[in-house]
Each structure stands twice: as C-alpha cells, then as structure tokens.
Design a protein. Structure first.
Length: 485
C-alpha cells in the first residue's frame, strides 16, 4: 500500500506566510536603518567651479578682488568711525545730495563722508583694482554646507562703495571738476563690470543696478550743468570702455552650479550618479533659506524617518537631468533679443509646473531666472540712452546746436547709434523749441508696451515705463524734467 507523501515543513502555508513576513520585516528594517543613517555625500567642489566660471569670462592676470575687499574694509572702518560720532545720522545715505532742498549741514556731512573715504584710501584701492585685468570673488568650499548658505556681504559692500563714487561724481560735475567726475564714473562702472562677471544672479543684478544708478545720476547732472565738449567726450569714452557689462549667461551657469550643489546636499549617493531625495535635508534647507540665515545648518534636526518619502520623488539622476535641461533653455533664452524671447515657446513657469510634485526641489528652490533676464533689457535701455544723451551734448557743445536726427552723431561721435531693446526702430528723438522745461530735445524709448506715447513719462518712477506690469501708456524719457521724476 503506497504512502501519501507529506508536504515539506517549509512548504506549508503557515511557514510560507511566516517567511514572507520575515522578509517584509527585514526589508522594512533595512529601510528604517537606511532612513536613519543615510547622509548626503557631496563630492564635487562647486565653489571652485564658480571661481573658474568667473575667471573664464575675464582676461588672465592678477586678481583684483583683494584690492576691492581692502576698499570695502576701509569703508567699514570709516562708517564705524562716523557713526560713533553721530549715531542719529546715516553717513552713507547719499540721497540728499541729489535733492535741491537739502539743508547745508546735511550736505556738509555727506561731503565729509566722501572726503574721509578718499583720505583713508578707499578710492585709491578701487583705482588700483581697475587697472587689473580681472577680479574673481573667492568662494569657500565646506563639504557639510551647501553654497546656498554662503554669505555674499561682499556684494553689499561693493554697492555701498559704488554709491559713494556716484555721489562724488555728481558733486564733481556740479563743481566743474572734470578729472574727478571721470575718475568716479570709471570706478563706478568698473565695480558694476566686476559684479556682472561674477557667477551668481544676485551679483549680476547688483552690477547692472550700479551701472543704471550711475547713468541716472549722470543724466540728472547733465540737465543741470553745461560742460565743455572735452568733458562730454571723456565721459562718453568712459562708458564705451567699460561696456558692455558681463553676459547674463555667466550668472545662469553659476546658478546651475548652485543647483547641482544643492542636489548633492539633498540626495543620497549610490556611487553611480544616482540616489534618493533626503526629505530631512530639504526640510532643513528650506527652513534656512526661508529664514535667510547664513550659518551652517544644525545637524541632527528633523525626523530622519521622513527620508523614506524620498522614494516617491524623482531620483538624483532624473532631477539632475531636468535641472540641466532647464538651465540649457534659460541660457538659450538669455542670448535672444527681447522680441525673440517673447515669441519663443519656452515658458519657465509652465515647465516647472509640468514637472510636478516629483521634482519638488526644483520647484521650491529655483530662482526667478526669467525676471533676471528681463531686467537686463531695462538696464541696457538705460545705458544705451545715456550714451546717446552724452553724444547729443557733445554735439551741441561742438556746434552750438542739437542735431536734427540721431544719425548726425555718426561717425564723428558715435560709430553707430545704440539700439533700444524695446523697439526695433530705436530710440525716439526730437528737437524742441520753447520747451517749458528749457530742454532742447526729447529722447525716449517707447518702453515695455511697445507703443509710442509721445514721450509721456511716469510722474513717480520713470522706470515704470520699462515694466511689463506698469508700462502701459508710458515712455521711458531719458531727459525727463525734474518735475516728471
């Protein structure tokens, strides 16, 4: 009689279930262990890459950055000394210098600030730096800290130096000191130039803002004081030598490196270029960036188990590819004219929304790059218009009258008429007779709305004309009367 085979103890349903449960518990235990112990493993020195990016956009030679930092150090010392003498007065608020009703005692204090900076050697340091072929800001690399946490106080100090030089330029023009006015303008535009050759978008924006501030105050002075033809020519030559400013592409490439550095601090590293999002890390990073802190992120904060959620998000390879594709498109857009960008189908906001929640770090941490590119149009318009205005004044000083058209400025004064980023037809220019403000001409850009509004300027802020949101019905008038500013 045959004997029925007994099932193996390992094949019994109960044992199979127990084995599966054990495997599941082991897997869960591994995931918990991974979530608690996993750390990002940043291995690329993006700080060095930022420096190399900035250096590559400039001629080879001695780095002038230490000289600029010495000028910034002097500024801090002067500010501390002056503030200690009078803590109720801001010695670096130069706005009153440009007003007609500033009390003499306030004007005297601000002139004293400029004199103290000059005597302490701040302006000499800028002049020495301006003779060097390049200036590259040095970035510190700390493996445990993303570059996003690094302070850029240097930028603020350079901006304050530039404001002091703009004020000294304005004062020099009022006093007929052409040498000082030209030197101050040159040093201001040099600081602007240096900033726009650095590798961060904030540095690019500050550099362009410095150049625009210098141009605006120069135009204000030109409308108040008549200079000789030689001085106009020297001021014009200074603009031509310091322009163009650094291309936006440098800053966009730098922001790409910042993003890649953030990715290596937010993701694990599987050794093959992949890895998972560490939500504990991104929580701390968002908290720190939102607070604007520049200190190192405290370790051990956050619930490590949330790292398990990283498996639902795009992996390191996917997000790196998406970031690079996005920056490639933004860099391409930065090379286009304003009109071509408006016609281009790429929409940065739509692309980020399309990526969706799986690419959450890009949506949360990507800066507004498109706005930075658009801001360049306004600055370029401002600088180009100022160059034309200087050429017009030089023409008048040489001939006794303004030209009938801008074309008469070429080739004797200008090789070509600077273009207007807002109009394919260029700047609008008309001579005036019996103008209520005493102007001999009007020069303007049709502005962001693309419509010639017959030189209608904004009553509060002329730059509103260059804004897509506020420019309707306005033109950007380069020589608007003071009452219209």
């Amino acid at each position: 009689m045959s004997r029925t085979a007994q099932p193996s103890p390992f094949s019994r349903p109960r044992n199979i279930a127990l084995a599966l449960l054990l495997a599941f518990v082991t897997w869960i235990s591994y995931l918990v262990y991974w979530a608690v112990t996993v750390q990002p493993n940043p291995s690329t020195d993006y700080a060095k890459k930022l420096e190399e990016l900035s250096a590559a956009s400039q001629p080879l030679g001695e780095n002038a950055w230490p000289m600029l930092m010495e000028a910034a150090r002097i500024l801090q010392e002067v500010e501390t000394e002056l503030s200690d003498r009078d803590d109720d007065f801001d010695p670096f608020d130069f706005e009153p210098i440009y007003l007609d009703d500033t009390p003499p005692e306030v004007l005297s204090k601000l002139q004293h600030t400029i004199a103290e900076l000059r005597a302490a050697g701040a302006f000499d340091q800028i002049a020495l730096a301006a003779q060097r072929p390049n200036a590259v800001r040095l970035h510190s690399y700390l493996p445990d800290e993303s570059l996003i946490f690094q302070t850029i106080a240097d930028v603020a100090q350079l901006r304050r130096l530039a404001r002091a030089r703009i004020a000294s330029m304005y004062q020099a023009l009022a006093q007929g000191d052409a040498d000082e006015a030209v030197a101050a303008l040159d040093q201001t535009l040099y600081i602007a130039q240096v900033n726009t050759h650095q590798s961060l978008i904030i540095e690019q924006l500050v550099g362009r803002a410095i150049a625009a501030a210098a141009a605006g105050r120069l135009r204000q002075a030109l409308m108040q004081h008549q200079l000789d033809a030689t001085t106009y020519a020297r001021l014009l030559k200074t603009f031509q030598q310091r322009l163009p400013l650094g291309p936006t592409e440098i800053a966009l490439q730098g922001e790409r490196l910042i993003m890649l550095d953030m990715i290596q601090h937010l993701y694990s590293d599987d050794g093959a270029g992949g890895g998972r999002l560490l939500l504990a890390e991104i929580g701390d990073m968002v908290q720190m960036t939102g607070a604007g802190s520049s200190t190192s992120r405290p370790k051990g904060e956050g619930l490590a188990l949330v790292n398990l959620g990283g498996f639902f998000y795009a992996n390191r390879t996917e997000i790196t590819e998406a970031a690079n594709d996005f920056f490639d498109q933004m860099i391409r857009l930065s090379t286009l004219s304003r009109a071509d960008r408006r016609a281009d189908p790429f929409d940065e906001n739509a692309v980020l929304q399309t990526l969706g929640w799986r690419f959450m770090p890009l949506n949360m941490l990507m800066p507004a790059l498109g706005r930075a590119i658009d801001a360049r149009d306004a600055i370029d318009c401002d600088l180009a218009g100022t160059i034309i205005m200087l050429a017009l004044e030089q023409y008048r000083a040489q001939t006794g009258q303004y030209p009938d058209s801008l074309e008469e400025l070429t080739p004797a004064i200008l090789e070509e008429i600077p273009s207007d980023p807002f109009s394919a037809n260029g700047f609008v220019y008309r001579t005036l007779a019996n103008d209520a403000a005493g102007r001999g001409y009007v020069l303007y850009s049709i502005g962001a709305d693309g419509v010639d509004n017959n030189g209608a300027a904004g009553s509060i802020e002329p730059w509103n004309a260059l804004s897509d949101r506020q420019g309707f019905g306005l033109d950007f008038v380069l020589n608007a009367p003071r009452s219209e500013k």
